[in-house]
Design a protein around this ligand. Sequence first.
Ligand code: DSN
Length: 415
Amino acid sequence: MFEALRSADPEISSIIQNELDRQRNGLELIASENFPSLAVLEAMCNPMNNKYSEGYPGKRYYGGNQFIDLSEDLCRQRAKKLFNAEHANVQPHAGSQANMAAYFALLKPGQKILSIELPQGGHLTHGASFNFSGRLYNFVFYDLDPETGRIDPDAVRKKALAEKPDLVLCGYSAYPREFPFKDFGDIAAELGVPCMVDIAHIAGLVAAGVHASPFPHCDVVTTTTHKTLRGPRGGLILCREGYAKKIDNSVFPGVQGGPFDHVIAAKAVAFKEASTPEFAEYARQIVKNAKVMAARLLEHGYDLVSGGTDNHLILVDLRNKGSTGLEAEQALEAVNISVNRNAIPNDPQPPYIASGLRVGTPAMTTRGMKESEMIHATDLMHRGMSAKSESEKQSIRAEVLELCNSFPLYSGLSY
Ligand code: DSN
């Protein structure tokens, strides 16, 4: 495969090969990244890329969509079944577009949303002032409990009753605990407003039944498809039937034009994979691996926001180690370990530097690594963050490579 690419553009072909080798030869601990199956990658690389299909199955604004309709219909059916949802829209190109479409469907510009800020574990699209969300809507924020680093539903309720938002949003990109869907659903019901949930990070755990479903507590769920869910890059909206028309109109023509039909085919493959017992076992292992990693980090003297994890990620507070997130991220990159620096609650550093490190297990679990490898990986991280000499870094890189080589990635694939 890929002979045409190799001969038409050897430069790009070799850059792709180098990226593949980087993924193969390093420890991928970025909590939002994963390695979809070859079947998912193959499904994305198909001639559906060539089609325009504005609209929805059975009602398109272009001809020739009979097979596109079959694929999108199958994808929607699988998404609904996987998440026990009444309606699915599989067209959002990414999580941000899914969130934009959900806000547009539920609110008018200027209305009020209750959410949590980015530095406390939220997301850009949950009201950051420099993002479309913060510019178009009036966000008010609740805080994590400063003692526990967790969400305190009573404090959220108090804030909600005082602020009277038009939408209650539950969703996080750096929160290592179970998401309190029911509490948020109850608060929204008490106010008589919709509840929206963003499960982009934990979608795979929800699909596998390892974490609770946001339904029936909420009205609209947004997610990406490429994190713990292990599908292609993309977004997805699930909702109650009563919101279906509004959501569909909001995605197209409200936010997007033509859907990425090749990606929708790959989403369908990923949803099929995620409905298997093997995927459920994978999701359970993600959490086991994260818990083992958190315990080992504590043994090495690291502070963890909330003290540990219930999901796929750990948020390390590096302040007691005298390191910033940026320094730690760069030190680890030098030994082929990928993580991302992350703000911690009330971070004294600016976001570009940050005092935290977000670490996640979905990708390494996909490679087949289990508890003992996680302990080894954590020890390598610990050594990597303090390694000074080139020879120490060299020896860590060699151990990283040996560990990676024992868990091959995309065997046989080459560009
Ligand atoms: N960029 C994603 C993450 O890393 O969590 C969220 O969009």
